[in-house]
Design a protein around this ligand. Structure first.
Ligand SMILES: Cc1cc2nc3c(=O)[nH]c(=O)nc-3n(C[C@H](O)[C@H](O)[C@H](O)COP(=O)(O)OP(=O)(O)OC[C@H]3O[C@@H](n4cnc5c(N)ncnc54)[C@H](O)[C@@H]3O)c2cc1C
Length: 440
C-alpha cells in the first residue's frame, strides 16, 4: 500500500493518555503515569515551562518561598530556602523536573482540537493527530488576561496593557498610570511603576490582604502548618465564589514591610474604588472602597486570629502576636477621574486571568465558559484537568499543591483505563482533610 506523505503527517500516534501542557502540572501528571507504567505523551505548544518564559514580567519572583517549591519526587535543593525564585530560576527548576522525571514531552506541538472519537479522543495538533483513551488538560489556568468590557470605552490615545504584555517600566509612556486591580499582580506592578517615577492610581475591588511574615515566620509557613492550604473543595461552603477569589496581596521579597495599599499610598499613590465605567474620558469608580478595604482588613485579622489560636495548641517557636494598621482610606474617596486631566497615559488591567479552551471540541464548558468538573474529574469519560484554582484543595493552583491532586487524579485515571469507569466518590481518592477552620 502506498502511504501519501500528507497521511503520515496527519497521524501522529496512538497512546493511552495525552497530557496537554508541559508546565509543572503536566509534568506532575506524567510522573504518576510513569509510576504506573501508563503509556502517554505530553504535548506542549512552546518549551517546557512556557508560561514562565513568555507570559510573566521581568522582575516577578515567586510569592511562595523556595522551601515550598516541591513537585512529586523533587524539591528545591539550593542554598536559599527562604528566598524567592526569579523567572529564570523557576524555568530552571521546572526544566530540572522534566529531566528528572523523564516526561515524554513533545515541544513545539500545539493542540488545535480535542474531539470525542469512539471510546476515546482524537487530539489534533499542528504536528499530526493522536488517538487516545484519556486526556489530561494541564494547559494552565492563566492563559489569557481577563479584561473587563469597560476597556472598550477607553480613549484610543491611552495605552492599555495586561500583566501578560507588561515586561518592565521601559514599555510604559511617561505620565500617569491607572492600575485596575489590587491583587498580587496589580500591587506589584503599581509599586514597580511608582518606583520608576510614574504617578499611580489604583482601582481597588475585592482583595485579599495578608502579611508576608507573621510572628517570625513567612505567612506560607503558617498556611502550610495550620493545614489551611489543604482544605478540600468539597468542604468549602461556596466553592464557586471561593474559586473566583483574587490572589493574596503578596510579593516574593524578604524586605521588611508589607506590599499593601498603605505602602503604596504612603509612597504617593492614589486609591479609588472598583472601576465601573469610562465615559467621555472620565473614569467612574464604585463607592465601595471603604467597605472592601474594611472587609479585607477584617479577613486578615480573622486569619491571624486563627493562626494565634492554632499556636496555642501546638509547639512552635515564634514571636508574639501583633496586628497591622487598618487600610487608610479617605473619608470620601473620589468617584471619578478625568483621565486626560490627571495625565493618565496608560491603563494596566490587573483584573485576573482565565484558561483558554477554545480548542476543546467536547461539550464540557458551562454557559460562562468554565470547565464542568468534580475535583478535576471532567464531565466527559476519561478526561481530567489539573492546576485550576481550588480544584481539589486550596493549594491546587500552586506549585506545591500539584502533588496530591495529580496523584489522586492519575490514580482515578488508571482505574478508568482498567474499565471500571469510576466517577468521583466511587474510587479511593486519598486521605481526608487536615485543616483548621480559618477564613482566608
Ligand atoms: C503572575 C503569576 C504568578 C504566580 N506565582 C506563583 C507562585 O509564586 N507560586 C506558585 O506556586 N504559583 C504561582 N502561580 C500559579 C501557578 O503556579 C502558575 O500559573 C503555573 O504556571 C501553573 O502551572 P500549570 O502547569 O498549571 O500551567 P502552565 O504553567 O500555564 O502550563 C500550561 C502549559 O500548557 C501549554 N499549552 C496551553 N495550551 C496549549 C495547547 N493548546 N497546546 C499545547 N500546549 C498548550 C502552555 O504553553 C503551558 O506551557 C502564579 C501565576 C501567575 C499568573
Amino acid at each position: 500500500m502506498i502511504t501519501r506523505i500528507s497521511d503520515r503527517v496527519r497521524f501522529a500516534g496512538t497512546t493511552d493518555v495525552v497530557v496537554i501542557g508541559a508546565g509543572h502540572a503536566g509534568l506532575a501528571a506524567s510522573y504518576f503515569l510513569n509510576e504506573q507504567s501508563i503509556d502517554h505523551v505530553v504535548l506542549e505548544r512552546g518549551e517546557v515551562a512556557n508560561s514562565w518564559r513568555n507570559e510573566r514580567w521581568d522582575s516577578l519572583k515567586l510569592l511562595t518561598p523556595n522551601w515550598q517549591s516541591r513537585l512529586p519526587g523533587f524539591s528545591y535543593s539550593g542554598k536559599d530556602p527562604h528566598g524567592f525564585m526569579s523567572m529564570p530560576e523557576v524555568i530552571e527548576f521546572i526544566e530540572g523536573y522534566a529531566a528528572f522525571s523523564g516526561a515524554p514531552v513533545r515541544t513545539r506541538t500545539t493542540v488545535t482540537s480535542v474531539k470525542s472519537a469512539g471510546d476515546g479522543y482524537c487530539v489534533v495538533t499542528d504536528k499530526g493527530t493522536w488517538k487516545t483513551k484519556a486526556v489530561v488538560l494541564a494547559s494552565g489556568a492563566c492563559n489569557t488576561a481577563s479584561v473587563p468590557r469597560v476597556a472598550e470605552s477607553v480613549p484610543s490615545h491611552i495605552a492599555q496593557l495586561t500583566p501578560q504584555d507588561y515586561r518592565n517600566p521601559s514599555q510604559v509612556k511617561d505620565g500617569g498610570v491607572l492600575v485596575v486591580g489590587a491583587s498580587a499582580s496589580g500591587l506589584q506592578l503599581a509599586d514597580e511603576l511608582q518606583r520608576a517615577g510614574h504617578d499611580v492610581t489604583i482601582a481597588v475591588g475585592e482583595h485579599v490582604r495578608i502579611p508576608r511574615a507573621y510572628r517570625g515566620h513567612d505567612i506560607q509557613f503558617w498556611m502550610d502548618r495550620t493545614g489551611i492550604m489543604n482544605e478540600r473543595y468539597d468542604e468549602i461552603d461556596d466553592i464557586v465564589r471561593a474559586r473566583g477569589l483574587p490572589s493574596p496581596q503578596l510579593v516574593g521579597s524578604n524586605e521588611p514591610g508589607l506590599l499593601d495599599l498603605n505602602h503604596l499610598t504612603g509612597n504617593g499613590a492614589k486609591i479609588a474604588g472598583r472601576l465601573m465605567g469610562v465615559n467621555s474620558g472620565v473614569a467612574q469608580f464604585s463607592g465601595s472602597l471603604r467597605n472592601v478595604c474594611a472587609l479585607a482588613d477584617l479577613k486578615m485579622k480573622r486569619l491571624l486570629d486563627g493562626i494565634d489560636q492554632w499556636v496555642l495548641g501546638h509547639s512552635v517557636l515564634c514571636d508574639a502576636p501583633r496586628r497591622f494598621d487598618a487600610t487608610q482610606v479617605d473619608e470620601s474617596p473620589a468617584l471619578t477621574l478625568n483621565l486626560d486631566g490627571e495625565n493618565i497615559r496608560t491603563i494596566i488591567w490587573a483584573t485576573g486571568y482565565r484558561p483558554d479552551y477554545s480548542w476543546l471540541d467536547v461539550p464540557v464548558l458551562d454557559r460562562k465558559g468554565r470547565l464542568r468538573h468534580d475535583g478535576g474529574v471532567v464531565n466527559a469519560p476519561g478526561m481530567y484537568v489539573l492546576g485550576l484554582p481550588m480544584m481539589r484543595r486550596r493549594k491546587s493552583s500552586y506549585i506545591h499543591g500539584i502533588e496530591d491532586d495529580a496523584r489522586e487524579l492519575m490514580s482515578h485515571l488508571a482505574g478508568y483505563l482498567h474499565h471500571s469507569l469510576p466517577r468521583e466518590g466511587q474510587y479511593e481518592m486519598g486521605p481526608g482533610p487536615s485543616y483548621v477552620n480559618v477564613a482566608v
